[in-house]
Design a protein around this ligand. Structure first.
Ligand SMILES: *[C@@H]1O[C@H](CO)[C@@H](O)[C@H](O)[C@H]1NC(C)=O
Ligand SMILES: *[C@@H]1O[C@H](CO)[C@@H](O)[C@H](O)[C@H]1NC(C)=O
Ligand SMILES: *[C@@H]1O[C@H](CO)[C@@H](O)[C@H](O)[C@H]1NC(C)=O
Ligand SMILES: *[C@@H]1O[C@H](CO)[C@@H](O)[C@H](O)[C@H]1NC(C)=O
Ligand SMILES: *[C@@H]1O[C@H](CO)[C@@H](O)[C@H](O)[C@H]1NC(C)=O
Ligand SMILES: *[C@@H]1O[C@H](CO)[C@@H](O)[C@H](O)[C@H]1NC(C)=O
Ligand SMILES: *[C@@H]1O[C@H](CO)[C@@H](O)[C@H](O)[C@H]1NC(C)=O
Ligand SMILES: *[C@@H]1O[C@H](CO)[C@@H](O)[C@H](O)[C@H]1NC(C)=O
Ligand SMILES: *[C@@H]1O[C@H](CO)[C@@H](O)[C@H](O)[C@H]1NC(C)=O
Length: 306
């Protein structure tokens, strides 16, 4: 009675999968996880032998003989074993699964009622690594690296101006990159939605932060340069008129020599020194101001703006 029921169950299993359009039962497992392929168990009494045959990259056999209570393995990876005791449930366990395990598996049951075949198609899925970046040209880049199958990328708000590029790797994973040109300053947030059997995720990027930082650089840098230049030129002019004042007095002291020398240094450095000159000007003028204060001189100059 139990034997008849078991056979009926096995036949029903086959019929369901034949009617479903394929004799293959599809199993999807994420890489690194555990795959269990369930071969319908026939009652203990009738089971004589069960054999798993893997037909992918390499062929492997895993067999159990009930009369000898013995398991034999041929060419199988040590990651493949019975999930339970095979006389009770001859399910195949693969852990951890990797991309090379993908392929077709056959379970053959030899019983006193006859032989039964069950077919499985194992697909290994790999979650992609996600990133969303933007470049200085206002192009946002959403990337799903080394996913299997390829991830789907969409943008929020929806846009039909995105450009997609796929790179197919040798291990059958795909890197998909989607580019979108972002010109909407009233809505500076850009969001990409990545859809994949192993991961669904939205990534957001606030481009207003980037653009305000660029604006700060564009305005702040010239402004500070202008302040340094202005201070340098003013101090040099002060120095220059101080030197001519001293010359008028025809009082050639050591101080005057130093001051006029410094002025020529400033002048030369500022106009011929190139980029680094700005800092030189600022430094030498700073030294000059200290000299003046130290000498405790009064500052009179009618034509100092010349
Ligand atoms: C088969 O798998 C091995 C590693 O298990 C791999 O090195 C080899 O490239 C694979 N061959 C094919 C044809 O996929
Ligand atoms: C065992 O695997 C090797 C390669 O890994 C293959 O050449 C050989 O044919 C396999 N043996 C059987 C019996 O499938
Ligand atoms: C079969 O062998 C295993 C050890 O290899 C043992 O644990 C189990 O009890 C045995 N089963 C039977 C039915 O003898
Ligand atoms: C698995 O079987 C299906 C259906 O027969 C076939 O299309 C596919 O190529 C097979 N895959 C491998 C890896 O043999
Ligand atoms: C974008 O696609 C929608 C429909 O999907 C269409 O109505 C619209 O005209 C398209 N816009 C542009 C600029 O192509
Ligand atoms: C597949 O290949 C790509 C590119 O070589 C690599 O980045 C990725 O890590 C690989 N994935 C797996 C699961 O081996
Ligand atoms: C910019 O974003 C706003 C707010 O979402 C939207 O109403 C507007 O249509 C967008 N403009 C363009 C040119 O995409
Ligand atoms: C823009 O993004 C920030 C954080 O990134 C969020 O707080 C804000 O609500 C977003 N604005 C819009 C209009 O989506
Ligand atoms: C991602 O979403 C799709 C469709 O919305 C769904 O089929 C899939 O199972 C989801 N995957 C995960 C990991 O949530």
């Amino acid at each position: 009675m139990t034997q008849i029921r078991a056979v009926l169950a096995a036949v029903l299993f086959l019929m369901i999968h034949l009617v479903g359009g394929s004799a293959y039962r599809r199993v999807n497992v994420e890489a690194g996880h555990e795959a269990v392929l369930h071969c319908p168990s026939i009652s203990k009494l009738s089971l004589l032998m069960v054999t798993w045959k893997m037909n992918s990259n390499t062929s492997c056999f895993l067999a159990y003989r009930r009369d000898l209570n013995e398991t034999r393995m041929l060419n199988c990876s040590e990651r493949m074993m019975w999930k339970y005791t095979p006389d009770r449930d001859p399910a195949l366990r693969i852990y951890p699964v990797n991309l090379n395990d993908e392929g077709n598996y056959t379970c053959e049951i030899v019983s006193s009622e006859g032989n039964f075949f069950f077919f499985f198609s194992l697909t290994v899925i790999v979650p992609p690594t996600l990133s969303l970046t933007s470049d200085k040209n206002g192009v946002a880049v959403c990337q799903a690296t080394a996913g299997k199958p390829a991830a789907k990328i969409s943008w929020i708000p929806a846009s039909n101006h995105s450009v997609e590029k796929d790179v197919h790797h040798l291990n059958r994973t795909v890197t998909r990159v989607s580019y979108i040109s972002w010109v909407n300053s009233t809505h500076p947030n850009v969001t990409c939605l990545v859809t994949h059997p192993a991961v669904n995720q939205t990534l957001s990027l606030d481009l207003s932060y980037d653009s305000s930082r660029i604006q700060y650089l564009l305005i702040g840098l010239p402004a500070s340069l202008a302040v340094v230049c202005g201070a340098g030129v003013t101090l040099c002019l002060i120095l220059r008129c101080r030197a001519s004042q001293l010359r008028k007095k025809a009082h050639r002291s050591a101080v005057e020599t130093v001051v006029s020398g410094l002025w020529f240094l400033c002048f030369d450095d500022f106009f011929f020194g190139g980029g680094r000159g700005v800092y030189g000007v600022f430094l030498c003028c700073f030294v000059c101001v200290h000299l003046f204060l130290h000498q405790n001189m009064l500052f009179h100059c009618n034509m100092w703006l010349l």
